[in-house]
Design a protein around this ligand. Sequence first.
Ligand code: PMP
Length: 395
Amino acid sequence: MSLLEKLDAAASARIAQLPSGLGAFGIPIEEIYSPTEARIGTKRILLLGTNNYLGLSFSPECRKAAHEAIDQEGTGTTGSRMANGNYSGHRALEMEFADFYQCRSCIVFTTGYQANLGTISGLIGPGDVALIDGDSHASIYDGCVLSGADIIRFRHNDVIDLEKRLRRLGERSKNTLIIVEGIYSMLGDQAPLADIVRLKKAYNSTLLLDEAHSLGVLGETGRGLAEKYGLIGEVDFITGTFSKSLCGIGGYCVSNHPQLDQLRYVSHPYIFTASPSPATIAATRAALKLLKNGRELRERLWENARQLYSHLQALGYQVSPEPGPIVATILDSPQQALALWKGLLENGIYVNLILPPAAPEGKSLVRCSVNAAHTTKQIEYVCEVFSRLYSSIIQ
Ligand code: PMP
């Protein structure tokens, strides 16, 4: 088989796994009106499937900062941080992140995906071990593959399984990077961080926590799961993204280890790519300020999250293990999930359809995510539509 024939075969195999009638996969959004409303085709729809947790995508402060940066510094840096793409804004944002976490250093990457790729592949290599949660995001898995280290998965959020694997590693546990996420992107559940920190200390391992979905969402000042448990000082490396609560694009890693800065010399996903554009950096700096002072936004977000979660649970839907901004309904089959997703869209509600193998344990998910900008009325409307669809689709 030629390379192109192999690609055709792989794509056909993937398409064959999908339920029929999935014409609208990757559906284009024609116009965006606000953090909660957009147009798809001719229909005005309610956005309930974004990662815009604090609802900052249209914030006047961020837009103004981005406009000014374009006017003053142009549209792109045209180069990497190691060469011509290292602007004072990149350094300023790194210092602001380090200050936010009260950590020694920060590195800004061009995407959240690259923050994981670059940090993981810089920290471990052949002969080392990556011990990762079974539900890890692809950026974590790909970073481990790039590193050449041995990859071992432990059962999702199962500290007994994690300890069993650490014990089996013996002396190698010292060369092991344990990787977990603050909030998991599919089911929205949180890592049992206190137990994981206890184990990483007991076995002299190193811990990396990806706060992509928990930045802005958890902790008194929005620093994530590590802040919620008062454990920022105990986690070796924290990565995250600008593309969710901060409404930009880019990623970061913070740490108290002075070695974090050495990654700049060895990490290919940092070295061999163009740096984030001036507008991205300026908007992210403005968003970080809003996030730090965003207690009211977080409270609003959690009110919306609890309202939707408890309502769907009361209706009889099988939902995420715990309440949070990601509220997944878990369906028995891809057909059922597709029917629910289509029913919601017909009623003007946009959510995410997640089918195997992307969803954990072969499940199919209709994944909703709420944000701080949703009104109580909007959430009530969503609950009403879920209620109407329950009898036709689930029962
Ligand atoms: N980590 C996790 C847990 C994610 O869910 C994502 C994106 N969905 C990323 C990293 C990558 O972030 P980005 O899309 O900003 O590159």
